[in-house]
Write a protein that binds this ligand. Sequence first.
Ligand code: GTP
Length: 414
Amino acid sequence: MGRETVVALVGKPSSGKSTTLNSLTSAQAKVGAFPFTTIEPNKASGFLEVECACSRFGKSESCKPNYGYCRGGKRGVPIMLLDVAGLVPNAHLGRGLGNKFLSDLTEADCLIHIVDVSGTTDAEGKATRGYDPLNDIEWLQDEIFHWILGNLMEKWGSVVRRHTSTKSSTLETLRQQLGGYNANKELIARALDLVNPLPPLQEWDNAKIEEVVRAFMDVKFPTVLSLNKMDHPDSDKNVSKIILKHPKLRCVLTSSITEVFLRKLASQNYIKYDLGTEFIDTIDDLGPESGLKPLDDKIRNRIENIRDLVLYRFGSTGLVQLLQEAANLLDLVPVYPVRNINTFTGGSGEYVFRDCVLIKKGTPVISVARKIMGEVTIASIEGVGGTRVGEEDTVDVGKNDILSFKIVPGGGAH
Ligand SMILES: Nc1nc2c(ncn2[C@@H]2O[C@H](COP(=O)(O)OP(=O)(O)OP(=O)(O)O)[C@@H](O)[C@H]2O)c(=O)[nH]1
């Protein structure tokens, strides 16, 4: 089986990592207002919301996923989230939880960098007012850069000697040096493609090595910014500054504390909450026949505030969009393996689209088969309408994303 996609939540202490993780999962990571509440990396399953294949075929009534959920054609596909413990300036020199934080990152396929845009926490996560969050954006990238560069430079002399004496390719030598960051050959090749021109490795000067490290970071640690605490009155001006200075960064405005609160009210039956939207309904909106609980003044006021300060201004709390942006960055496509390609049902024959896996767009269907079924002998692969799909055909949204794998009868592992 291939490994799961892992999205790491990173950011300085008290930026809101645990709150964000809580808002995206049912896991209760410890939430605190003090730096280093999160000591161990904290893994949990979040749910990426996608348009389910059942809605394409008018089969939402009989869609019941094995994992995650499907509500009226909106499907939550499980995706692994990792809360990485606090980072302080100069972590690469071993400060704070320094190198531990950095090595936890290697598991990740992409990063969500949580930035406290309210300016109410300083570089180390301590309470303040008027801190400029622009500092934090560049700082995370710099920490990762210095960590990788430092590790590489420490032994660069012997790397070059070995490279020339063994007549290795640049790709092979870098695979040995960068493989420890959980990077395979294909990923390193993609990084090298970004470096132009690429002279022979023994001729690289410091500037070229730095360029290679930056390119490696771009493919190994693609990043979405979560501009968090947008409910705070000071956040607006900081957000504008960030977007003006970094127009190309991928960012999503979020209020994770609001999302936690709304999900809690929904689970306690005070509100109906359409995840990812501005719509919340209370008994005041829907009447007693809705079955919702009556509100006391405290909750009613808080809901009104949330509507005014977050939902109506920004359209949502941003949390659903945040995971979607991470999935876009990784080009992930939901792919549905089905037993019966005509009815889309699984083993029991009752429910449709029981399984869904997230696959990188452009992956050949044979690799999808391997990821799902392991090393079995595949006799043929069928797509919608029972058409035969070639092993090297690739997946995309709406194309080869519903597949039935036929295994050679009695053909076990080879
Ligand atoms: N106003 C506001 N406060 C938030 C938001 N998200 C988190 N907070 C508050 O910020 C503080 C820190 O949140 P945590 O989620 O514990 O932060 P963390 O990044 O996990 O912190 P460490 O565990 O120290 O690394 C808590 O008091 C939260 O209630 C938000 O969206 N808006």
